[in-house]
Design a protein around this ligand. Structure first.
Ligand SMILES: O=C1O[C@H](COP(=O)(O)O)[C@@H](O)[C@H](O)[C@H]1O
Length: 260
């Protein structure tokens, strides 16, 4: 477990640009040392903002897109191509603009896909795919992701792990079907906390005033069942990428804003 590190940017645009630059560097470094890189994408406003900033960054060409595996932390369980699906939004923000290898874009199943409308079977199928990609040295049935990104919801949810729901209590499986999510759509597929914690680096993204309470709660000692973001950390690094609005309620012991 790695202790959270905070980086606070002036506003959400700068946060997205800086996080995109950071991701380019992380991917290039992983490709240089291991040949390939693996990244877990998140949906939501901050995740898509980062992808759009990456698409606009000239340095995106430093990435060898053909040697990058992309996975998802969660998916809204909807038909293929639905505009609310995280993968649909990621394609629009970035993936349609870069030469990714389609066989390395590991989208979570859709509700009209091979598992039909059975979200639990879809989750088991994705878990199987992750297990097949895991190497002999990897732990917990998932590859050792280089970077796993998570948008933090205003209620402290990450991926589709919502406070108090069954999915956030999962200790065995790496991927689960989520039912009755308080944010639409109610049916989702999500990585679990054990799968998230198998990543080398976990980056939590939160920008905007509506995230301030969630950030304060998760970083002030809340339990992971009540505040799932509190249970998300990486093996080597846990990075909270914030803007000043999202950091505004943090105690001064954690974040001291620069004097103006
Ligand atoms: O529904 C979801 O919400 C979270 C957070 O989204 P945001 O718009 O509040 O930033 C996101 O991380 C997750 O992937 C998504 O499915």
């Amino acid at each position: 477990m790695s202790a959270p590190q905070l980086v606070v940017h002036r506003d959400k645009e700068l946060m997205a640009q800086a996080a995109a630059a950071r991701l380019i560097t992380a991917v290039v470094d992983a490709q240089s040392s291991r040949g390939t890189a693996s990244v877990v994408l998140t949906g939501g406003r901050n995740g898509n903002g980062l992808l759009a900033a990456l698409a606009a960054a000239p340095a995106r060409d430093a990435v060898d897109w053909s040697r990058l595996d992309l996975w998802w932390g969660d998916e809204r369980f909807l038909p293929e191509g639905d505009p609310e699906r995280n993968v649909t939004q990621a394609r629009a923000a970035l993936l349609d603009a870069v030469p990714v290898d389609p066989s390395r874009v590991h989208a979570m199943p859709a509700s009209d896909g091979p598992y039909g409308d059975d979200a639990d079977a879809a989750a088991a199928g994705y878990a199987q795919r992750l297990a097949e990609a895991a190497g002999p040295g990897d732990h917990g049935g998932v590859p050792a992701f280089d970077v796993l990104m998570l948008g933090v919801g205003p209620d402290t949810h990450v991926a589709s792990l919502f406070p108090e729901l069954r999915a956030v209590r999962e200790t065995g499986r790496t991927v689960v079907g989520v039912h009755g999510a308080p944010k639409p759509p109610p049916t989702r597929v999500s990585l679990t906390l054990p799968a998230i914690r198998a990543a080398r680096e976990v980056w939590l993204l939160a920008a905007g005033e509506d995230k301030a309470e969630a950030v304060r709660t998760a970083l002030s000692g809340a339990g992971e069942i009540q505040a799932p973001a509190a249970g998300a950390y990486g093996l080597d690094r846990t990075l909270w990428l914030l803007d000043t609005a999202a950091a505004s309620l943090l105690p001064r012991t954690l974040y001291r804003p620069a004097a103006v």
